[in-house]
Design a protein around this ligand. Sequence first.
Ligand code: PHE
Length: 370
Amino acid sequence: MDYEATGQAALAEIAGAQDLDALEGLRVALLGKRGSISGLLKMLGTMTPEQRQSEGPLIHSLRETVTVALAARKTELDEAALAARLAGEWLDLSLPAPETPRGTIHPVSQVMDELAEIFADLGFAVASGPEIEDDWHNFSALNMPESHPARAMHDTFYFPDRDAPDSHGNTREMLLRTHTSPVQIRTMLAEGAPLRVIAPGRVYRSDSDATHTPMFHQVEGLVIDRGIHLGHLKWTLETVLKAFFERDDIVLRLRPSYFPFTEPSVEVDTGYSWVDGRRVVGGSGDAPGHAWMELLGSGMVNAHVLRAGGLDPDEWQGFAFGVGVDRLAMLKYGMNDLRAFFDGDARWLAHYGFSALDVPTLSGGVGTPV
Ligand code: PHE
């Protein structure tokens, strides 16, 4: 066997591989389980000791030569691919700004505007609170005292100088709010009852994967009045979601759950089905081809929370809910990776963003397609 010639032929083929796929094909053909050089190595076992002594080093050196050549060609092709990409994706930052502004409204902003419009129609005002929150508003006032186990479920970002004096001179732990629920307390204390508000905003948890980012968006809802019950909650959510998804067949399922700040607590699921590889909300989750998906947390405002908000639970009742805005946007507009929301990639924004003129209105439609 002419190992020299076999080696030369292999090296020529490797040098001629025009892309990474072709190179990988060669690697498999030469060194893969059933590759030609692997075959030679297997033959060693069938040889006489003398043959093995003379052939062995030649076969091993052939394999070594080919391995090195494959790696070298791979590096070349990788570098060429990167260079081509860099050549194709450059931006000339010295160019003047385009005459027509090309910025778009981020889907999160659009969805928040859509929700504000829908809720405004039901008489809800928009409330807000600080993102840098104190421990009392974020936890204690929401019926989560110091040692409450539910605190551990929020992977809270605390500030290194955790103790900040509040306006009364008391020492408090400052943190990035883990949910929009502290706005419930702030609004009750500032405005009393009755109340009908939503509070959209950023919230923070130390969590990161394809469906979790350390910063995300919620809309809180709070209704306080006399004689409020779960039926009001269900009707409100149904009405809002029908308007938001622009379909009448939204079916909700209320499932008993637990939140420290609501009693009873319910998790709200919505029926959906898969259409073209996308979840599409609508129909009962029990219908054929459908399933239930968890959409939001809610419940009747806990009496302790009403008291912390300065209200008498014997006089006032309420419901509250908190819903993830990013997820609503993904469901409505069909994105599948949450992380892309916060990459600031101009191509993603151009594709999923909205025109600044596309202001959601109930008369114009809150779901005007891009
Ligand atoms: N604050 C809860 C969360 O972040 C959601 C919620 C809000 C539940 C209001 C009940 C009532 O997950």
